[in-house]
Design a protein around this ligand. Structure first.
Ligand code: ATP
Length: 228
């Protein structure tokens, strides 16, 4: 770790009268894998969405590479998510009309790559995640695990600096979950990407360098989490 790549300071967020985050301070270093854990409803997903610039905090700031994202327009934050950030949610959210290879190639095409290069890279990433044979299949013809491997490939294909993963293995059986995590961690270590990982599963959190435990919208100072 070589200093903070991403930091949140005093992040506060409510949904109407429901407080979700009550002043969170968090840093993520270059290439660091940070797990956010805690009981259901403690604010994990909300924190991840604020750090990724998907949600705007009510108060506080999110600084990425010394730039305060809370001051950026939605369009600029959305561009950042297509280039330097990768996102992976519990259900892969693939485009159902596109094949697996087209889904994975999409972020590269949006970033200006040529079709042939994008397809070649997509095939390489599908192979890394063990689903090369799914390349020309559409999501409805794939299992949940195959779709999630494809979504993980899509999150990594642009070589993002930070990957935001919200329960990335939550819909998978244990073996598929381990395979997705192993392939993902190996790739991010090679690329030097950081990962912000929301999970309630101890074996998944164990892949992280550090665990941040939330309770009732605040960081639990005891730091006692789910990784033994
Ligand atoms: N869109 C929403 N509208 C209203 N309240 C919300 C919304 N999203 C989250 N909340 C509330 O905010 C709080 C934090 O929710 P959040 O989803 O961030 O928690 P979480 O720790 O990720 O939960 P889980 O582990 O169950 O997914 C909860 O009280 C939740 O009910």
């Amino acid at each position: 770790m070589t200093g903070a790549l991403l930091s949140g300071t005093g992040i506060t967020k409510s949904y109407g009268a429901t407080p979700a985050l009550r002043g969170i301070d968090v840093t993520v270093g270059e290439g660091e894998i940070v797990a956010i854990t805690g009981p259901s409803g403690c604010g994990k997903s909300t924190l991840l969405h604020c750090l990724a610039g998907i949600l705007r905090a009510d108060e506080g700031s999110v600084v990425y590479r010394e730039q305060d994202l809370s001051l950026w327009s939605e369009a600029s934050r959305s561009r950042l998510r297509r280039t330097e950030f990768g996102v992976l949610f519990q259900f892969g959210q693939l485009v159902p009309e596109l094949t697996a290879a087209e889904n994975v190639a999409l972020p590269l095409l949006l970033a200006g790559s040529g079709r042939r290069d994008a397809r070649e890279a997509a095939l390489g990433w599908l192979a890394r995640f063990g689903v090369a044979d799914m390349a020309d299949k559409r999501p409805p013809a794939m299992s949940g695990g195959q779709q999630q491997r494809c979504a993980a490939a899509r999150a990594l294909v642009t070589g993002p600096r930070v990957i935001f993963a919200d329960e990335p293995t939550g819909a998978l059986d244990q073996l598929s979950g381990e395979q997705v995590m192993t392939a993902m961690v190996q790739a991010v270590r090679e690329q030097g990407s950081a990962v912000v990982l929301v999970t309630h599963e101890a074996p998944v959190a164990a892949y992280a360098d550090r665990e941040i435990v939330l309770r009732d919208g605040a960081i639990d100072p005891s730091g006692i989490g789910i990784v033994g």
